[in-house]
Design a protein around this ligand. Sequence first.
Ligand code: PMP
Length: 394
Amino acid sequence: MDFDHSIFLKNIAQTTGQPFMLEVAYAKGIYLYSPDGREYIDMISGIAVSNLGHRHPKVIEAIRNQLDRHLHVMVYGEFIQSSPNLLAKKLTSLLPENLNCAYFTNSGTEANEGALKLAKRYTCRSEIISFRGAYHGSTHGSLSVSGNEVKKYAYRPLLPDVRFLTFNNTAQLDQITARTACVIIEPVQGDAGVRIPDKEYLIALRKRCDQVGALLIFDEIQTGIGRTGKLYAFEHFGVTPDILTSAKALGGGLPIGAFISSYEIMQSLTHDPMLGHITTFGGNPVSCASALAILEVIEQEQLLLQVEDRGELIEKLLDHPKIIEIRRIGLMFAIEFATEEEVYHIVQKCLERGVVCFWFLSCPTSFRIAPPINISVEEIKKACNIIKSAFDEL
Ligand code: PMP
């Protein structure tokens, strides 16, 4: 298959001057294949999406079964369909008692938009608190609560009444007050370069939100579905949010997001006004079937149990004097070097040698690794040998 790169560059809207330009013909397991049959180890899972690798057979089977039943039949929330029903039942059964009601969206950013609206509606307050370094998505609301000013300034005015605190700084928690509708936080900041807070900090944050009646939203769009060794990262910290947002790996390669809260809180979307959040495609039956299969496979194959060991192995195998720091939780890595140029060199060299690594949005001196959580020890050794050869050339 001969592909015309000019179509990609001219007829598909570009968002960067230097796209990655890897041409993919098909994908299976942890591998991507180019049209000439060249194999690439996917060490980023399409940015924390293909957490069980590409085209897991049970996911494909679930998608096929749903294709034979029906595709879209109605906008969100009107018709009863077994695929979103079964997904909601399974997902909420894996979560704490208060997270028992899911609203399925199309994407991560829409899940956050829904969560922010829900918090404002439920509390009848307007202030939203977020954190420096946060990334919550690219639509207006999510962008308003994201920290990176470089990505925001051209789109102002954004949402008013948003205040930013320093991540993991307990002294600032008193800025959350009885005016605050909600605090939105990634329990581990992803695109800031894998920033892991102290457990005590998240406990204190939960306590402060309870004191002033603000809802706590955990954005687990990147950290969810086993990436950190738990189904959701909040389980590491023993802190439960009022609203959880999920997307990316939830759909196993198909687009889906969710904001999940209590039945009581969610009820506020039904009145004043009714239809408090509307979507045509949210809860798409094929995406829901795929998501259900993902949750079942993780459970049946007990995949969460091996995440920490695999993470440790990668960390050990990549150890190198040029590394400044490795920040890791489970199989979510930021590998920090002295300069942006070094990071650029490493990611390019890895690609040339058949391993896909990638950058962070807001941390140019680190590169990311987030392989499928079912990666084998042999595959890890193979990938780490290649990555290390790029370190050796610095
Ligand atoms: N929140 C977090 C923590 C994310 O990592 C992302 C995507 N990188 C989003 C929200 C936005 O998700 P989406 O791209 O599906 O809109």
